[in-house]
Design a protein around this ligand. Structure first.
Ligand code: PMV
Length: 318
């Protein structure tokens, strides 16, 4: 039996504008997907649990599906098995990450599966090869869409800046609150929506992209120097620009305003594609519990995360 785990991620700054080449910054978080591989003839069994503690099971032999999350996980795992020509295995997934919510759940599952198979089958793939194979698999399952951010963060951990090339950033950890609308989002349709807006109003949308890229650049030294009030201000500006691009929703807005109001956050913004999914907030001094409570009161699922966490790793079996 071989077990590997890989982290999810949040995008701190720069989503959507990154599609047109300006920089975005993401951090691996301390919520993980764990994948176990065991030899078993003619079997693929996937089990998972998520943050709402609603576990699910999907059995390919009985054909029984008890959750959309299981179907998503199965699609990605099957693609990894096919790519690595692996069969006769039992695969078990335990994930802390809500699927389709912008927390990098599918990338964490793909990377953890690839790493577990790599060790179990002695494939001798390097981390770089796992990252690039996982990006290729995620992109093919998502029909051509997917920046390398999620799979690279799931593999290497820490922080990354993406702007055409992927660069590691050496930054200290940040403690954030995540507020989740519980509405799954569709990254593809949000990206298409923004790109359509850009075609219709290039003279308006291009400057928004440039401003978002400038925020990402300014944020890096501020995070490094722990100037959190200014980091919070940049989060607020970035959120306003994402609203301008049309990816805000009422639910996300309510969570953002609850975080900044009764939650005492220094800053709050959508994280990821928007249109549902999650927002992140930077707690004010001593206000993390109040922040989580405010997000829950505003109707979100809320939890704390730390950014800059470790990438994929092999785990001791149960
Ligand atoms: O839905 P997420 O969190 O994976 O966010 C996608 C980020 C975008 O910038 C909107 C798209 C991309 O590929 O970078």
């Amino acid at each position: 039996m071989t077990m590997a785990s890989a982290p999810g991620k949040v995008i701190l700054f720069g989503e959507h504008a990154v599609v047109s080449g300006t920089p975005a910054i993401g951090g691996a978080i301390d919520l993980r997907a764990r994948v176990t591989v065991q030899d078993m003839h003619g079997c693929l069994l996937i089990e998972s649990g998520d943050l709402t503690l609603q576990g699910f099971t999907f059995d390919l032999i009985s054909g029984q599906v008890i959750s959309a999350g299981a179907a998503i996980a199965t699609r990605y795992i099957s693609a990894v098995l096919k790519e690595l020509e692996a069969c006769n295995l039992r695969i078990t997934v335990q994930s802390d990450l809500l699927p389709a919510s912008g927390l990098g759940s599918s990338a964490a599952i793909v990377v953890a599966t690839a790493a577990a198979l790599n060790a179990h089958l002695d494939l001798c793939l390097s981390l770089k090869e796992i990252a690039s194979l996982s990006h290729k698999i995620e992109k093919s399952v998502q029909q051509g869409l997917g920046s390398p951010m999620d799979t690279a963060l799931a593999t290497f951990g820490g922080y990354l800046q993406v702007s055409g090339v992927v660069e590691a950033l050496d930054l200290p950890p940040l403690d954030l609150a995540v507020g989740c609308t519980r509405r799954p989002h569709d990254t593809r349709s949000e990206v298409l929506k923004v790109q359509t807006l850009r075609k219709r109003y290039p003279e308006l949308v291009e400057p928004i992209f440039q401003a978002i890229g400038a925020i990402s650049k300014r944020a890096v030294p501020l995070i490094r120097e722990q100037r959190l009030e200014e980091v919070g201000e940049l989060m607020n500006i970035n959120h306003g620009l994402l609203e301008g691009l049309g990816v805000g929703t009422r639910d996300l807005g309510e969570l953002v305003y609850a975080a900044r109001g009764s939650g005492g956050a220094m800053g709050a913004k959508i994280t990821g594609a928007g249109g549902g999914g999650c927002m992140i907030a930077l707690p004010g001094l001593n206000s993390e519990a109040a922040l989580i409570a405010s997000l829950r009161q505003a109707g979100g699922a809320a939890f704390s995360v730390r950014t800059g966490c470790e990438g994929v790793r092999l785990e001791e079996g149960p």
